[in-house]
Ligand binder design. Structure first.
Ligand code: MF3
Ligand code: CO
Ligand code: CO
Length: 286
């Protein structure tokens, strides 16, 4: 029976024979699976543009890696990222994005994400710091973040940083063409829980490339076979936020941006932008 509750995002091109991809996607759609709309599948030209944005984004993060150290303010990281990006012909995407006031997110210890750089915040020995860089180049977006350990930290925080990185890698390996977003989240959450950590549920990865945030939502938990179907040509991030304590988070009431763990325990996150290919995910921000 025709089920009118199915969200029919995928439409074959009018007047043209069905492609192999049309057939595959329509089969999933007819089973009630959430499928991408055509505009989520990037053209070769768009992929090339996103690839180039990814190369610059990686260069920004490499530059941060060379400079980040104890005693420096998070504002100093913002200045470095801003100037380097502009000098290389890019635009720092966070600046003025929905009112975000700075060019990069710097999230220290119990700040989960969207940390706002500040002159007053000085990096200390033992801090774990997420630097989340998003670069626009010729209109295309790439988004990635890394953790940095300032000097030496506790074994627990070191483990948190390591497990969060493994979560990203495991999520990447769980993905293949015609899998679902839930397959990725399921693998990620299992790994975090096995290590005694939790996964933040309020924030997720996302489609990207033509805009900062596109469909689909890429949740870092969930059931296999749920969420959007992922097909070759889609570009999206995976960016698990892993908490040492409970998964609950709170948003700063004053600035409306900074996300903290509710229990003040530390959180770690790694992010890449990926292209789905015929053989699985390719990292565009390596
Ligand atoms: N880079 C973040 C992400 O991974 C988004 C930051 S939004 C900002 O999706 F406005 F805070 F920059
Ligand atoms: Co992102
Ligand atoms: Co990001």
């Amino acid at each position: 029976m025709f089920d009118k509750n199915i969200q029919r995002n995928w439409h074959p091109l009018k007047g043209q024979p069905l492609t192999e991809m049309d057939r595959k996607i329509l089969a999933f759609q007819n089973k009630g699976k959430l499928c991408p709309s055509r505009d989520l599948i990037k053209t070769p030209e768009q992929i090339e543009g996103i690839r180039r944005a990814g190369v610059l984004n990686t260069a920004v993060l490499d530059m941060v890696a060379e400079n980040i150290k104890a005693g420096m303010s998070t504002e100093a990281i913002n200045t470095l990222v801003h100037n380097f990006t502009i000098e290389h012909g890019g635009i720092p995407a966070p600046l003025n994005y929905e009112g975000f006031p700075k060019s990069v997110c710097v999230s220290v210890n119990d700040v989960v994400c969207h940390g706002i750089p500040s002159e007053e915040e000085i990096l200390q020995e033992g801090d774990i710091v997420n630097v989340d860089v998003t670069t626009i180049l010729d209109g295309f977006f790439a988004d990635a973040s890394r953790m940095f350990i300032i000097g030496k930290t506790s074994p627990e925080k070191e483990k948190l940083v390591k497990v969060a990185k493994e979560c990203l890698e495991i999520g990447m390996e769980a993905a293949h063409p015609y899998c679902f977003v839930g397959d990725i989240g399921n693998a990620i959450a299992k790994h975090a829980h096995k290590n005694g950590f939790t996964i933040v549920r309020d924030l997720c990865g996302h489609g990207t490339g033509n805009h900062f945030h596109e469909e689909p939502d890429v949740e870092h938990y969930g059931r296999k076979g749920t969420g959007m179907l992922l097909v070759p040509g889609m570009v999206f991030t995976i960016e698990p936020m892993v908490n040492m304590g409970d998964w609950e988070v709170v948003v700063d009431e004053e600035d409306g941006w900074q996300v903290y763990t509710e229990d003040y325990q530390p959180s770690a996150q790694w992010e890449h932008t990926f292209l789905m290919t015929e053989d699985g995910l390719e990292i565009l921000t390596k």
